[in-house]
Design a protein around this ligand. Structure first.
Ligand code: FES
Length: 118
């Protein structure tokens, strides 16, 4: 039996306009999609998604804030994580999982990696 990794895409917003209306630039929020809670950030470079559960002690990163340098800051102990790589930029050494975001004509999508057996 073999397996491979594959990205399954889920629609986050109906359009880029809807995404901009829901998350203003410089803000973060959490969104439950496909039974997974993710933190979505809107920076000057666009939209980014990381796991919502803080790697340090489980607080919601979506209740934190993002910096001009492109990190999300946890609201509890203020550890921060790079939105592109997930690496800790302050605080502990644990990393946050990142998820790809694609802006298409028919909406804004987030990708979750899946294992497919065949
Ligand atoms: S729970 Fe996020 S930094 Fe401690």
């Amino acid at each position: 039996m073999f397996f491979r990794k594959k990205i399954k895409w889920h629609k986050l917003f109906e359009s880029l306009v809807a995404a901009n209306n829901q998350i203003a630039e410089g803000r973060v929020t959490n969104i439950l999609i496909n039974n997974k809670k993710v933190c979505v950030a809107h920076t000057a470079e666009g939209f980014f998604a990381v796991q919502d559960k803080c790697p340090h002690n489980g607080a919601s990163l979506g209740n934190g804030f993002c910096t001009k340098e492109g990190s999300v800051v946890c609201p509890v102990h203020r550890y921060s994580f790079d939105l592109k790589t997930g690496r800790a930029t302050s605080g502990g050494g644990d990393a946050a999982r990142t998820y790809p975001i694609e802006i298409r004509e028919d909406g804004v999508f987030i990708g979750f990696e899946e294992t497919v057996w065949f």
